[in-house]
Design a protein around this ligand. Structure first.
Ligand code: 48F
Length: 268
């Protein structure tokens, strides 16, 4: 049997466009940012049966997990977030008191494997540059190929496209990209202030507490929540991110149930 170049090209195009039309253009949950928080959020949302898209501007997913701390690829987790990682098959070694340590590449790869098994669709190399803000609700996001955003300004005439969803989760990390965009247009939403100085205990707890629906249709989670409200940074420890991601998925589930109930009520 011979394989032609055209067969390879056709297979890529057919699969990409079918997938995009069927699964991506309209979804239940869009998670922006594939760091620890975003991957956890997307996995739990998909496990609830929601059509879930995870968007990452880099070629690779994993965000801050790859570098561990001080560029040393060992990640620290504290109880009870170790249980989440153990469920995804990550090998953890007890470090100090309630702390565990694992290899960064194992944490990233096993979390991504869990996301994929749950049915999450990953759009990588895609930059989310805006939200769709209609009828006092976030209804989707505006996307562009990340390499296109790197073109020199005098050549950058590429318009983006949009995808629709029921709930958007801002898991973009320190930049709180979607909340920033919302704050530019809604005076009641304060501009993200950036995170405070390092304080592990408080930060780990507050990042989870601050994960919330900031506006109808938009949930802010993980480091994006910390930066939005000026809570302390946590440094190289990831439990708050995983627990924040889980909480964001629970909020998304509640919101989708409310939307579905509302639709049924209107129909009746
Ligand atoms: O930064 P990141 O890992 O955020 P997180 O999941 O976790 C924070 C920790 O890694 C670490 C920490 C210790 O716990 O403080 O910082 O909250 O992942 C954010 C991801 O979002 C992507 C970015 O490339 C990264 O992989 N991202 C950011 N802006 C956009 C984006 C955008 N506009 N469009 C698409 N992806």
């Amino acid at each position: 049997m011979t394989t032609s170049e055209i067969q390879v090209t056709k297979a890529i195009l057919r699969e990409f466009f079918e997938d995009f039309m069927e699964n991506i253009i309209e979804s239940d949950v869009v998670v922006v940012g594939a760091g620890p928080c975003g991957i956890a959020a997307a996995t739990y949302a998909a496990e609830e049966g929601h059509k879930t898209i995870l968007i990452e501007r880099n070629f690779h997913a994993g965000g801050g997990m790859w570098q561990g701390g001080f560029l040393m690829p060992k990640n620290i987790i504290r109880e009870p977030a170790n249980i989440l990682l153990e469920e995804w098959g990550v090998k953890l070694k007890k470090a100090e008191d309630d702390l565990y340590v694992c290899d960064s590449f194992e944490m990233v790869s096993k979390m991504l494997a869990a996301a994929s098994s749950a049915g999450v669709k990953l759009l990588n190399s895609v930059h989310v540059e805006d939200i769709i803000l209609k009828n006092d609700r976030v209804e989707g996001v505006v996307i562009q190929w990340f390499p296109a955003t790197k073109m020199p300004l005098d050549m950058n005439f590429a318009d983006p496209i949009a995808i629709k969803t029921k709930v958007v989760i801002d898991a973009t990390g320190h930049g709180s990209v979607l909340v920033s965009r919302l704050a530019e247009q809604r005076p009641e939403i304060k501009k993200p202030v950036g995170c405070g100085s390092m304080w592990v205990d408080r930060a780990e707890q507050e990042t989870v507490e601050l994960t919330q629906e900031i506006y109808p249709g938009l949930i802010v989670a993980g480091m994006a929540a910390t930066s939005t409200y000026g809570a302390p940074r946590m440094g190289p420890i990831f439990s708050g991110m995983l627990l924040g991601g889980k909480k964001a998925a629970e909020f998304a589930h509640e919101k989708i149930s409310e939307i579905t109930e509302e639709k049924v009520r209107i129909k009746d």
